[in-house]
Design a protein around this ligand. Structure first.
Ligand code: PEP
Ligand code: MN
Length: 458
């Protein structure tokens, strides 16, 4: 792949300066432009994190989702941290995603496309540019934390200064994460029979899991059957796993964009799938322009203010050839709004014949601050939004294409409820997210079993 964009070609990605001139929301206020330029130059020389051909393969799988022939499970941290790049942490996230995927595959009876919010999910849009905390010396206001890609989480003036060198740290952390994920996905760790054994342990090991015994038993019999008829062991022992993140920091995404030698077209090789967030989806803004040029499969978050005409406008800008698999709409309405808000969007898209996948993010419309002061979400609201998503699609005869979830493989206490009935008083025990609250391991598995029931009824 050539690091450069061929000037004047149809495939040309605008320069960084041209993108910034369009107006780019949510960008770091770097104090030292020369340091930014040096980092960008360095990143432009680095090898791709993913290959264009892999992005194309994922696009084909997402095309199957848009036809109703596959389901997506996209999940991981709200914000990855550099300190969180340990073998244990990455393995735990992969493990819970694989466990969920087995349950969903069985219930949906279609392939589940597995996409991690990982190996690049280090930059966060914020609703406020500053954060104020009371300190012994009075209230202190500092720049908001924007993810490890931008500044430090510590509440000190030094830590909160945006540092471009962090983009190189993110590149290296993402490379290390992907290296491990590729090894796990192909090296036997992801073996379907092993993953099912973990699920059986969950079901047998707790009163909470016992509710799901019937479904786990059915999967058990299906696997025994597959073994008996000699389904090739090679097929069962490896999985396809893809990386994804919000394409937020223009310097990072632009400097990791390369011209694919096969096609002469630009791909953002920072991850297989990249998405535009709710706060950066301005139609005439820099993010939409940049994403319109790259060839990756892409997503766009759609919140409750989205109009049916917006949906058509996004499709025209981001997928003018109506290529299936290219564009995924990730809706995040909130449990109270999805049943009214989603149908007009789907109806308009369907009437225009748009080839898109619809997936449900039941997290970002359901956040609130608990009396304890922690940002949290209720497990029941999350499930209710998923139920609303299935209900809407069933009523319209369209395909509920998948889930986008914030979760972790550890036993954190960040979301309320679930079978363990976590309360506000429990949040302090193990609240580790540096941004939004995630489902913990048990809540994630419960979600998979509960969604499996919804899928089977749908
Ligand atoms: C996120 O996915 O972490 C996020 C910030 O989502 P949204 O853009 O939908 O608010
Ligand atoms: Mn989030």
């Amino acid at each position: 792949m050539d690091p450069a964009t061929p000037a004047g070609s149809a495939a040309a990605v605008p320069s960084l300066a041209e993108l910034h001139a369009l107006g780019a929301a949510q960008q770091p206020a770097y104090p030292d432009r020369a340091a930014v330029d040096a980092t960008v130059d360095r990143l432009r020389t680095m090898p791709p994190l993913v290959f264009a051909g892999e992005c194309d393969e994922l696009k084909d799988k997402l095309a199957a989702v848009s036809r109703g022939e596959a389901f997506v499970l996209q999940g991981g941290d709200c914000a990855e941290t550099l300190a969180g790049v340990t073998a244990d942490n990455v393995r735990a996230k992969l493990r819970v995603l694989l466990q969920m995927a087995v349950v969903l595959t069985y219930a949906a009876s279609v392939p589940v496309v597995k996409v991690g919010r990982l190996a690049g999910q280090y930059a966060k849009p914020r609703s406020s540019d500053t954060e104020t905390r009371s300190t012994p010396g009075g209230d202190l206001t500092l720049p908001a934390y924007r993810g490890d890609a931008v500044n430090g989480y510590d509440f000190t003036a030094e830590a909160r200064v945006p540092d471009p060198h962090r983009l190189l740290d993110v590149y290296n952390a993402s490379a290390a994460t992907l290296n491990l994920v590729r090894a796990f996905a192909n090296g036997g760790y992801a073996d379907l029979r092993q993953v099912h054994t973990w699920n059986t342990d969950f079901v047998k090991g707790s009163p909470l899991g016992a509710k799901y015994e019937a479904l786990a038993g059915e999967i058990d019999r299906a696997l025994t059957f597959m073994n008996a008829i000699g389904v090739d062991s090679e097929t069962l022992s490896r999985v396809d796993f893809h990386s994804s993140h919000e394409a937020l920091i223009l310097e990072y995404e632009h400097s990791l964009t390369r011209i694919d030698s096969r096609t002469g077209l630009p791909y953002d090789v920072s991850g297989h799938f990249v998405w535009i967030g709710e706060r950066t989806r301005q139609l005439d803004g820099a993010h939409v322009e940049f994403m319109s040029r790259i060839q990756n499969p892409i997503g766009i978050k759609l919140g409750p203010t989205t109009t049916p005409d917006d949906v058509l406008a996004y499709a025209a800008r981001l997928n003018p050839h109506n290529e299936p698999g290219r564009l995924t709409f990730i809706t995040r309405f909130g449990a109270g709004k999805i049943r009214e808000g989603l149908p007009p969007l789907i109806e308009k898209a369907a009437a225009e014949g748009l080839q898109v996948a619809w997936i449900c993010d039941p997290m970002h419309g359901n956040g609130f601050t608990a009396p304890s002061g922690y940002k949290t979400r209720r497990f029941d609201d999350v499930l209710d939004e998923v139920q609303g998503f299935f209900d809407v699609h069933r009523a319209l005869g369209t395909w509920p294409g998948g889930l986008h979830v914030e979760l972790t493989g550890d036993n954190v206490t960040e979301c309320l409820g679930g079978g363990e009935e976590l309360t506000d008083a429990d949040l302090a025990n193990r609240y580790e997210s540096v941004c939004d609250p995630r489902l913990n391991r048990v809540q994630s598995l419960e979600m998979a079993f509960l969604v499996a029931e919804m899928l089977r009824k749908a």
